[in-house]
Design a protein around this ligand. Structure first.
Ligand SMILES: [Ca+2]
Length: 276
């Protein structure tokens, strides 16, 4: 074979190889494109699914922001013999259906958004708990956003977060968990700055006392139902958790208090619960 023939064969071989390589490149590009198209399609699907979400679904999602779902359970409510005040006895079994509860006390910002008012004494602190609200006003706020005040049993179960100790962290005061008389500098503080309990709830003890749905009686626990109790026969509504103003005895999980339903004070606020 002469040199000329060899060159012709080489050129033909290179040409065939080039055409083949170009075809592979086109094929790979088109695969890439179709895979991109698939991604776009997925996004579109996701978007159209979002589009089908109704406005009430959206409102429901917003409703449960910053709320914690509490599973149905039973617990021992009140204080053991030899501990706490008369009204915390007898210790008794209570069983609760599940409910959502606010992780934080209702803030001034949240209250003002719904009611257009900020009645707080320690105002100009949007993230501080709203205070100086009567029981009726607290109840109305929760009602307006499709929620309600917690029953006293729901409040204590949520505060304890399965602890049977005086406080949800143990039997001795620990200032990393709460604002009370010894560390509050005589005022409220922005919610959620201290450690939460085991359910992820903040300021259940201290900062502001929290209105509950029940009416207070010293004998409530002697007459209590086991399932989802709510006392309606007492005179004044219950307050729980103690506040920036209270000493270590009043910020215990089992400590109970009450005020006239019209009472407003700079250490009284609330949080809401919601049913599923
Ligand atoms: Ca509190």
């Amino acid at each position: 074979m002469n040199k000329f023939k060899i060159n012709i064969i080489l050129i033909i071989f290179v040409l065939i190889f080039s055409i083949y390589a170009a075809e592979i490149k086109i094929f790979l590009k088109s695969s890439e494109y179709s895979s991109d198209s698939q991604n776009v399609g997925d996004k579109d699907t996701q978007y159209s699914q979002d589009e089908t979400e109704t406005s009430s679904d959206h409102l429901n999602k917003e409703k449960y922001i910053n709320m914690k779902w509490i599973e149905p359970d039973c617990f021992i409510m009140g204080s053991p013999e030899g501990e706490g005040d008369f009204d915390e006895h007898p210790q008794h079994k209570v069983c609760l259906k599940g409910y959502y509860i606010d992780r934080y006390e209702v803030t001034q910002k949240e209250y003002e958004k719904i009611t257009g008012k900020n009645p707080s004494v320690f105002s100009n602190c949007p993230e501080c708990p709203v205070e100086y609200v009567s029981w009726q006003e607290a109840k109305e706020y929760c009602d307006r956003i499709g929620k309600r005040l917690p029953t006293e049993a729901e409040w204590e179960y949520a505060a304890r977060a399965k602890s049977e100790k005086r406080y949800y962290w143990g039997n001795n005061i620990d200032t990393s968990y709460l604002w009370y008389s010894a560390n509050s500098n005589s005022r409220t503080h922005p919610v959620g700055k201290k450690k939460p309990n085991a359910f992820g709830l903040y300021d259940m003890l201290g900062n502001v006392r929290e209105w509950c749905l029940d009416k207070f009686s010293e004998n409530t626990y002697r007459l209590s139902e086991i399932n989802n109790p709510v006392a309606t026969t007492g005179k004044y509504p219950v307050l729980r958790g103690g506040s920036w103003l209270d000493d270590e005895n009043k910020v215990r999980c089992a400590a109970r208090a009450s005020e006239k339903s019209k009472t407003k004070d700079s250490n009284i606020g609330f949080r809401c619960v919601a049913d599923k």
